[in-house]
Design a protein around this ligand. Structure first.
Ligand SMILES: *[C@@H]1O[C@H](CO)[C@@H](O)[C@H](O)[C@H]1NC(C)=O
Ligand SMILES: *[C@@H]1O[C@H](CO)[C@@H](O)[C@H](O)[C@H]1NC(C)=O
Ligand SMILES: *[C@@H]1O[C@H](CO)[C@@H](O)[C@H](O)[C@H]1NC(C)=O
Length: 479
């Protein structure tokens, strides 16, 4: 054989010897999807529709249409339309700290992603964890690398699901023309995704009877609403709230302002008029005018009084992990102070925001739920970042997510990642994280996750930052 023929033959032999990777296929109620088996052995399915997409703008999501040929589920779908408010300096900062890299976005965004362990599943399937992203109900994307579920699925043998949902005016329009029960399309997206998990996750080796929902920031705030106003039948049996908060107000006023800016005020149906405006024009308008769209308190998907739902026992009776970060306020103190991190006022502002917006509300919610007979496990994450997207970040807002998913690039998260992820998975498996005593109202304990070790701390942790003085205000705000 000529050298050339030899080479060709050798290449052919190599190709024949390569293992024939059979792509994993799963059946959903609407049709089959084909994902891919990663080198780790985890099966990854990206961009599965859980609703008809694109949805009618501002409309309630509908069940997806059926298909027959296997859907290619090997690529992420775009995120929903995001809102990052101007001025540009602050806008850039917010994106850089919370939303990197920037994702493609579209109204055609109602998709979810699934990572499934490849090994044999226990009877009934692996426990399932469903992640709801934060972003102040203004932005967010299930496709961000920090939320990648491969390592969680691999190391803890859980099926990891993360979902997109509409935010800002697209998710929470505040239009008086929307029918009762359909005021908050973004929350209806979350609920439809959870319904999809119930109907379909068994095909991905998941156990629909063992679903834990978890989220951070406005994702945790969403989890709180789902617990307070549980869907029926209940699509989860445990919940985790990481740095629960949502800081948007003024939805009705914002809607009026947006109608004016788009010349829709005097249209026969302002809602129909706004549906015809290009999405980019709406996005640009709300970003430049800083228009906030908070969910309507319809008592169907958002309650104005979380505390009462726990007191009356109407909240879902599920075990809860509730926590916050030791420096949750640092990024926001920076934004309030014009991004001058060297300002003498910065440390005090950061501490005040941490206490007022995060730690004390977490303490109050945990205590209130415990008093109402719920099993609550509380933590404070306190690993100071050695390098962060801004100075003096400390244990900044959202820094724990890389530890929970084990997607971090920071070596200081190496130990705590195992400690947190293990307990999150414990909750998913048994409803009770090992070696973590429950909260007794007013007494703690709080599990402090540190860089080198974890410690159980008593109520002095909250006393030190003045939570007692704030108690009445936090409760008055309905939790
Ligand atoms: C914001 O980011 C964009 C894109 O990276 C850049 O072109 C622009 O100069 C930045 N603006 C400010 C004020 O930093
Ligand atoms: C960590 O770094 C790698 C390599 O630069 C990058 O691909 C990955 O997206 C980073 N992880 C996160 C969560 O940003
Ligand atoms: C609204 O109407 C005014 C006056 O007719 C016009 O100048 C403006 O371009 C319109 N704005 C939009 C967003 O259509």
């Amino acid at each position: 054989m000529s050298p050339r023929a030899l080479l060709t033959a050798a290449l052919a032999a190599v190709a024949a010897a390569a293992p024939l990777a059979t792509a994993p296929t799963a059946k959903t109620a609407q049709g089959p999807v084909t994902g891919k088996t990663l080198d780790s052995g985890v099966n990854e399915f990206l961009g599965i529709p859980f609703a008809e997409s694109p949805p009618l703008r501002f409309g309630a999501p509908k069940e997806p249409n059926a298909w027959t040929e296997a859907l290619d589920a090997t690529n992420y779908k775009p995120s929903c339309i995001t809102q990052f408010n101007y001025p540009e300096k602050v806008r850039n900062f917010t994106i850089e700290v919370f939303n990197m890299p920037i994702q493609p976005e579209s109204e055609d965004c109602l998709y979810l992603n699934v990572w499934s362990p490849s090994g044999p599943a226990p009877k009934g399937g692996f426990p399932v964890m469903v992640w709801i992203y934060g972003g102040n109900l203004q932005a967010g994307a299930a496709s961000l690398p920090v939320y990648n579920g491969e390592k969680f699925a691999l190391q803890r043998d859980v099926v990891l699901v993360n979902i997109n949902y509409r935010t800002n005016v697209f998710g929470f329009p505040n239009s008086p023309e929307l029918p009762n029960g359909e005021a908050n399309p973004g929350f209806l997206d979350q609920r439809l995704a959870l319904k999809w998990v119930q109907a379909n996750i068994a095909s991905f080796s998941g156990n629909p009877a063992q679903v834990t929902i978890f989220g951070e920031s406005a994702g945790a705030w969403s989890v709180k609403q789902l617990v307070a106003l549980p869907p029926n039948p209940l699509p989860f049996r445990a919940a985790i709230l990481e740095s629960n908060a949502m800081g948007v107000t003024g939805g009705e006023t914002s809607y009026t302002t947006l109608l004016k800016a788009t010349n829709c005020t005097f249209a026969p149906s302002p809602l129909t008029c706004l549906r015809a405006v290009p999405a980019e024009a709406i996005k640009d308008t709300i970003e430049r005018a800083n228009l906030g769209f908070d969910p309507v308190a319809d008592e169907i998907t958002r309650t104005a009084d979380v505390a009462a739902r726990f007191t009356s026992g109407k909240a879902a009776k599920v075990p809860l992990i509730i926590g916050s970060n030791a420096d949750d306020g640092s990024a926001f103190a920076g934004i309030f102070g014009g991004l001058d991190f060297a300002a003498t006022s910065f440390p005090a502002t950061a501490a005040a925001v941490t206490a007022l917006t995060f730690q004390c509300p977490a303490a109050e919610l945990a205590d209130h739920a415990a008093k109402s007979g719920y099993d609550v496990y509380r933590y404070v994450f306190d690993v100071k970042a050695k390098s962060a997207p801004f100075p003096h970040a400390g244990a900044w807002h959202s820094f724990e997510i890389g530890a929970v998913f084990r997607t971090y690039n920071e070596s200081e998260l190496a130990r705590v990642s195992g400690a947190m992820q293990g307990r999150w998975a414990d909750l998913a498996y048994t409803g009770q994280p090992a070696g973590w005593p429950k909260v007794t109202a007013g007494e703690g304990p709080v599990l402090v996750f540190g860089e080198y070790d974890d410690q159980l701390v008593g109520p002095e942790l909250d006393d030190k930052v003045g939570c007692k003085a704030m108690k009445k205000d936090v409760l008055a705000a309905g939790l």
